[in-house]
Design a protein around this ligand. Sequence first.
Ligand SMILES: Cc1cc2nc3c(=O)[nH]c(=O)nc-3n(C[C@H](O)[C@H](O)[C@H](O)COP(=O)(O)O)c2cc1C
Length: 309
Amino acid sequence: MAGKKVLAVFYSQTGQLEDVLKHCVSPLIKDEFTSITFLNIEPKTPFPFPWKVLDFLSVFPESVYCDKIELSEFSIEKSAEFDLIIIAYQVWFLSPSLPITSFLQSNEAKVWLKNKPVITIVACRNMWLTAQEKMKKLISENGGILCDNIAFIDGGNCYETFITTPRWLLTGKKDKFWFFSPAGVDKCQIAESAKFGKAIKNALHVDKEREKKPLLKGLGAVYVNEKLIMGEKVGHRSFLIWGGFLRKIKNPKIRKPILCFYFLFLICVIIIGLPITIILRIFLYPLLKKSFQKQRIYYEEPSGSQTII
Ligand SMILES: Cc1cc2nc3c(=O)[nH]c(=O)nc-3n(C[C@H](O)[C@H](O)[C@H](O)COP(=O)(O)O)c2cc1C
């Protein structure tokens, strides 16, 4: 029996995504039948961590429009062939991070992904739906077939993470403080993720990946919070408008004050709009329940949220 080759592509700033990916694929690393090659994407000009506020804001327009940035040369031959591609990414401004979208616009991605089953792994604060839509498009433009998506979100609730995630990204501090939970994905969720690698390993042993259908159904690979769908869609629309405008301004002296103004405006909208949205949701949810459920099922595809014990 010929062994299987897996390519695992990732970019991680704090190491969280690398940790998530390596836990997920740990059964593949240990498996003698499978060889897994990691491709760590490195931007030619590294992004700083922790971020300075202005650096953080300045990647917003290009992230939203998935503009291509320069990457260091890949450590893998362009002619290499793989049976399965895994792409682990984080979300930047409701879009896949720039290093990952730039990888997906490279000539190598066109060769490696063509007609191959692809699994995406996303780890972010909690808003990944529009980013995943962009990943679906980029993967299919490379001829890849998305078979599964595994989503990890930060452990704190969506109000806490408004504070804890920016605190982490801007200061590097991830720990529990006052009444807030620690930032980042819950350690237990990461520890349990080897179940996905186990299912992938078993599928590779029986050539199931060749069917290019989901391999992770019944494992609770994703869970979409219906309450966040609307907010994410509205936010993304605003990002497209402002990002499109800001992207055209190349002079940093003009661009930076407009960026700051937009984000201050956004913070005010969130503070004022959040209680209104919560009240509206209570009244509108019974009327729109079916539409939200339909959307949840769509966004949870292809792996689904079901868990079969
Ligand atoms: C510039 C920037 C923008 C971000 N925007 C989002 C976002 O829109 N939605 C979200 O859920 N998380 C967002 N995050 C959090 C990241 O998705 C991720 O959780 C965090 O950066 C840690 O990833 P890493 O250390 O593996 O790179 C953002 C992070 C950065 C640095």
